[in-house]
Ligand binder design. Structure first.
Ligand SMILES: [Zn+2]
Length: 437
């Protein structure tokens, strides 16, 4: 074939894309350090392979992450989240977002994440003690194949209740709707496609969509919601891709010529098992990090005969904590239980995945009334709540996350004694010694 013929063949193949002006968005959220393929979770290499394939075929592709990239696996916890951003570079991210878990190692660590990541980490509403935004930028403007794309980054205003106060003093989180009221009218005239990259949670994102119809699309996160096809709220679509890399979001946006007609937006989630084989370069990088943790975590500690949901695990973990320091009872917040346990072998890695934060065991002494307030934070009635006498004082075994928030809330009314022992280590020891009840 002559060069000219090859060119003609190529043009025939690619011309529909050139004529249609299509923007393709690939998205993840709440990846939580799951760089290694594990069960239902794709791992970084399979996602990277798909991203490379699509980017090779189309002129206008963006890979976005909607926050909470770190905290959820030993490799993230042991190296304070840093490997995750390095691996995300290999995956080809174009834009990321600061989620509440990016504060797990203190807000100053975010500077380090920004330095490692090749992509900007957005936030339009998280401010440091100096009043400056903590991300690279509040929003991003990109021109891709002539399509003008605007991406605003926002985090939930409730973030301070979700991370440890230690190392996160003096931060301010602005109201997302207030920020959108300023940014949407400013960016709308400059963009063909205006996107909110959000770590606010699906329900709240639906409300924002209704309020801000000038947004074309919200790519969400934080609630770990599996949204198979983006939900339409008026003119605005709201997407989210579950969590832990179980799915990759794929959104195709047909952009008409120079404001002629409206956008055509179609979205879907691709499950891990539908993704191609892993990209070798990305897998090599993942393996180099995993090699540093394998010896410590891929150790069988028990065998279990059934599956344990987070709800089933909660009282069991609480009993383990209470027994470890002879407290009246234990409290393990359900949102702090980050994974389930499945029938079969239990490894130390699974306990790391369940407790990735490195919280320590704390003994709190507090009134039953304050304890009831603490337990009322649970998504549903805590199983021990009905038996608690508000008049009595209790010794409570809990983790340092709950203890630090309780200390902030109740001050001198409670006493907290931090054992300095990692909750994860206690769980591993006890499950190894006694199995699970
Ligand atoms: Zn989150």
């Amino acid at each position: 074939m002559t060069n000219r013929l090859i060119l003609c063949v190529l043009l025939v193949i690619i011309s529909p894309w050139l004529l249609a002006k299509e923007l393709i968005l690939l998205h993840t959220n709440d990846f939580h350090g799951h760089i290694q393929q594990e069960g239902k979770y794709a791992g970084a290499a399979k996602i990277a392979a798909f991203v490379k394939e699509i980017k090779a075929q189309h002129p206008a592709v963006l890979l976005l992450d909607a926050g909470d990239a770190i905290s959820g696996t030993p490799v993230s916890s042991m190296f304070e989240g840093e490997p995750i951003f390095d691996v995300m570079n290999a995956m080809g991210y174009d834009v990321g977002l600061i989620g509440n878990h990016e504060f797990d190692h203190g807000y100053k660590k975010i500077e380090r994440f920004r330095a490692i990541a090749n992509h900007p980490l957005l936030t339009a509403n998280a401010l440091g003690p100096d009043g400056e935004l903590l991300g690279d930028a509040p929003y991003l403007l990109r021109n891709l194949d002539g399509i003008r794309v605007g991406i605003i980054g926002l985090i939930t205003e409730t973030a301070p209740t979700l991370f440890s106060p230690t190392g996160n003093e003096g931060l301010t989180f602005l109201n997302p709707a207030d920020r959108l009221s300023e940014l949407v009218p400013m960016l709308r005239p400059k963009t063909d496609v205006l996107i909110l990259l959000s770590h606010i949670g699906h329900e709240a994102e639906l409300v924002l969509a209704e309020q801000f119809q000038d947004l074309d699309l919200i790519i969400g996160g934080h609630s770990h919601t599996l949204v198979q096809h983006p939900v339409r709220v008026g003119k605005t679509l709201v997407a989210q891709a579950n969590h832990y890399g179980s799915h990759l979001g794929l959104i195709k946006i047909k952009v008409p010529d120079a404001g002629q007609g409206s956008l055509d937006i179609q979205g879907d989630l691709i499950a891990a098992n539908e993704l191609p084989d892993g990209d070798p370069a990305t897998q090599a990088l993942v393996s180099s990090y995993e090699a540093k943790v394998e010896d410590q975590v891929d150790i069988k500690i028990a065998v279990i005969r059934k599956n344990y949901s987070k709800i089933a695990l909660q009282p069991i973990l609480e009993d383990i904590l209470a027994e470890a320091i002879g407290a009246d009872l234990g409290y393990y917040n359900r949102t702090g239980i980050r994974d389930v346990l499945s029938e079969g072998d239990v490894t130390a890695r699974m306990i790391w995945n369940l407790e990735p934060f490195g919280n320590t065991l704390v003994k709190l002494t507090l009134s039953g009334a304050d304890l009831l307030i603490l337990l009322s934070q649970e998504p549903t009635l805590h199983h021990a709540a009905n038996a608690i006498d508000p008049e009595r004082r209790y010794q409570l075994a809990t983790n340092s996350f709950i203890a630090s928030h309780a200390t902030l809330a109740f001050g001198d009314a409670i006493t907290a004694v931090d054992t300095g022992i990692l909750v994860r280590d206690i769980l591993i020891q006890q499950i190894k010694a006694k199995g699970l009840q």
